[in-house]
Write a protein that binds this ligand. Structure first.
Ligand code: 5GP
Length: 118
């Protein structure tokens, strides 16, 4: 664990079952759940079950497990939401706009094509 990791961040609390979330996938190494303030319908988050604040704070094997979960969620979004495009976003550090100091990947379905009626 990184010495600067804050155990009281909301995703740490979600991992300890101290806060509720809408879970969509879970295994021994990662958790996927819906974003509480979605930027688009189906906006999901994937987090490692590891105390990392940014991408630089996680070992490669744990990151690999997390990215496999990212692939699973992306695949499910494509099949259930009927979208083709999905944005993967990940912010490192508050200067970059990171608000929750536990590493997380945003999976944001792109609904633009539908809005344009294509
Ligand atoms: P960041 O800006 O740190 O990359 O994004 C943090 C994300 O976490 C935001 O999209 C925000 O809506 C989401 N979020 C913050 N608090 C909670 C929470 O308690 N539950 C869930 N499900 N999402 C949260």
């Amino acid at each position: 664990q990184n010495s600067s990791y804050d155990d009281n961040n909301v995703f740490a609390k979600i991992l300890r079952d101290e806060l509720p979330c809408f879970k969509i996938y879970e295994d021994d190494y990662s958790l996927a759940f819906m974003d509480i303030m979605p930027q688009a319908t189906g906006h999901a988050l994937v987090i490692p079950k590891f105390a990392a604040e940014t991408l630089l704070d996680i070992p490669a094997d744990m990151l690999s497990h997390t990215m496999t979960t990212v692939q699973k969620v992306m695949s499910a979004q494509k099949s259930t939401l009927g979208v083709e495009g999905i944005i993967l976003m990940q912010l490192n550090g508050k200067e970059a706009g990171q608000t929750v100091p536990h590493l997380h990947f945003h999976l944001i379905p792109e609904h633009l094509a539908k809005l344009k009626g294509h």
